[in-house]
Design a protein around this ligand. Structure first.
Ligand code: NAP
Length: 251
């Protein structure tokens, strides 16, 4: 199958392209770096010609509320319109567990708006909701840092490796559209503060992580279970500590 991966140069996108190519598909990485821009429409019609499936794993260059909303609504609108013109038969998009439960977060409001456009488009689709990637631990810490201290809620989180997400997205792309949402999560739950403390200390980061029930997560106050997936989520390894060891550069 010809499968176009929008955001194919990114963390998830590059892994999805590799998985699909290994299985003999014509997997095309598309992003501004390769002359395809979903915000302006540049290169879209050309890359979608003859494609059966489009996987959207692009991300907004800015997480600021308005910038993220503009990115996900404009790019998704352009992409869905171009897919209809090209006769694409399946739109797959990666989003985040709990988009519908965290309206205080501008980024998650933008992801929810992206999902609504897909659902209303009439295109056959599959939405994949993943929990936070292990690779995102550093960004969570950076966003919650003041001075040398990271303040985070003790709400539960069930993170997952990007590799596992990419595998599931690739499998979804070659399957039938589900016209619904599947959820993915890793095998373990942590307190958010505990996860970030483990990740930072393993990498030798000296910042202190302090549990603070009033600390906001990208603008949102978290309930104990807000970030957790539902009971039907697909659980995919590895465990966090095994991943930390596996991804430590050998000296
Ligand atoms: N981080 C998490 O924990 C988490 C959890 C669940 C779901 N997600 C979702 O996973 C998705 C992928 O995230 P990621 O971390 O893999 O992203 P990433 O590494 O930041 O990659 C972003 C990709 O988007 C492309 N892009 C940017 N602007 C574009 C445009 N105007 N047109 C087309 N492509 C554009 C970039 O292309 P260039 O390289 O050419 O600039 C790059 O390929 C996101 O939608 C995110 O919401 C993330």
């Amino acid at each position: 199958m010809k499968i176009v991966i929008i955001g194919g140069s990114g963390l998830i996108g590059s892994k999805v392209v590799a998985r699909l190519a290994e299985h003999g598909h014509d997997a095309i990485a598309a992003s501004p770096k390769s002359g395809v821009n979903t915000l302006t429409g540049e290169g879209l019609a050309e890359v979608l010609a003859g494609a059966q499936v489009v996987v959207d794993v692009s991300n907004s260059p800015s997480f600021e509320d308005k910038a993220a909303l503009d990115f996900f609504t404009t790019s998704t609108g352009n992409l869905l319109a171009a897919e209809k013109t090209a006769g694409v038969g399946h739109h797959v998009a990666l989003s985040v567990v709990a988009t519908e439960r965290l309206p205080e977060s501008g980024y998650l409001r933008a992801k929810l708006a992206q999902e609504q456009l897909i659902k209303q488009s009439g295109m056959p689709y599959s939405i994949v909701h993943a929990t936070q990637f292990f690779e995102f631990v550093r960004s969570i810490a950076d966003a919650a840092t003041k001075g040398d201290t990271v303040r985070l809620s003790h709400a539960l989180i069930q993170p997952i490796a990007a590799d596992a997400v990419a595998g599931a997205v690739a499998r979804t792309a070659v399957g039938e559209p589900i016209n619904g949402t599947i959820e993915l999560a890793g095998p373990e739950q942590f307190g958010l503060d505990e996860l970030i403390r483990k990740g930072l200390s393993f990498r030798g980061d000296p910042r202190a992580v302090v549990a603070d029930p009033g600390a906001r997560y990208f603008g949102a106050l978290l309930g104990e279970r807000t970030l957790l997936p539902g009971a039907d989520a697909l659980i995919l390894g590895p465990r966090f500590e095994d991943w930390l060891v596996q991804t430590t550069p050998q000296t």
